[in-house]
Ligand binder design. Sequence first.
Ligand code: ZN
Length: 501
Amino acid sequence: MSDSLSRLKTRMAQINCLGQATSVLSWDQQTYMPSGGAASRAEQIATLSQIAHERFTATETGDLLAQAEAETQGMDPDSDTVRMLQNIRRKYDRETKLPADLVIELARHSSLAQEIWQQARKDNAFAAFLPALEKMFALIREAAQHLGYQEHIYDPLIDLHETGMTQARVAAMFNELKPELIALTRAIAESSHKADDSPLHGDFPVAKQAELTLKFVQALGYSLERGRQDIAPHPFCTHFSRDDVRITTRFDPTFLPMAVYASLHEAGHALYEQGSPPEYEGTALAGGTSLGVHESQSRLWENLVGRSREFCVWAYPQLQAAFPSALGGVSLDAYYRAINRVEPSLIRVEADEVTYNLHILLRFELECDLLTGSLAVADLPAAWNAKMQEYLGVTPPTDADGVLQDVHWSGGLIGYFPTYSIGNLLSGQLWQTIRTALPDLNAQMERGEFAPLLDWLRRNVHGYGSKYLPNELTVKATGAPLSSKPYLAYLKAKFNALYGL
Ligand code: ZN
């Protein structure tokens, strides 16, 4: 290995350690830290982040990178080394394109705006949040100009979260989805089959829930020697290496699905990180390649596996045995229908598989209009409510249940929402491929055997770490670029049957 390449790798490994230490502090903040620790924790995290950013964007990093690139010219373009240098280059160019004062201003404003948003949501007062949100969009527009783009101001912003994705490609996928999802949602709403989710409400002691969710995620293949599950108000997955990947969940003693599906979802993220190749550890090739691909893994285990009838055949008797008073008299079929109830609703994070992507579509369209200036931030609540009515047939009674529900915009995460839908679509496309590759999958799931499925994902997704860009990985794993068709076909087959359409 050349001297500059090995020095660059050492430098990147150190920067990586700073990032992982920051993640430990953040995990602790969201799980065990007493509330009194908030101010000093914010200081600690900001300091570590700043040191990491300074080290990464330093001229020395740029010089080592340029030397390593020159020395590896002519190398196999698909080799780990060339791919690793490309990943570093992409990140380095992004982070050095933004002027330091804009980075600081964005960090400062997002922490302030999140506080203002929290209060505004509590008070149901969009007007109180308006100036902060206007300023956020102005700053993000400025950042997009620095990052540069050819076609659409959205392009450099979505690229930050999903490398290689563009506004035009997202719009094309949504154009295919939109009429079909609206039609399916309406047909279900008008169907005479009414799903009843009352079996999911009852007495579900938390200790039993904790025991069972842990049992379920271990059955999927999540290793507790390299992970653990704790409680957090907003469930998440974080990792400090491939051998320490942690998940969190939350329990509602009167509503079963919250913990079960939060655990399956976060375990899906965790399995991806635990499956990152050991030889990539500490390099720019380690871990999941994008938010969208990550979400494809969490959604696959949560929905395509966890909400399937086959999974219920295995899991439901265990749930019944654990909660005899609530579920003793509820049939498997009634349970399966309850966890798959479709209901147009106001809140994205509570949405079912059919309506979820309409919530994302709405946000994507509004973000585009706000960034291009065809919609004024002041007119956002009215535009939000009109689209909710048009797509989902419901109008939020308050802004707290409407435009103020998500934290993302206050934190400067604009161009982020589509990654949720990309994840859903990719989960459907992977599933289609997997069903052909594993003809016994249904019977395996009914027996609680998830090793063949995990093994397929390890070989075709997890084992690449972040060597390939999301679109490359999609083609490698499924033989085709991302499309909305497999996911739509999955939804139609499942919900047409459930609702007798
Ligand atoms: Zn997720």
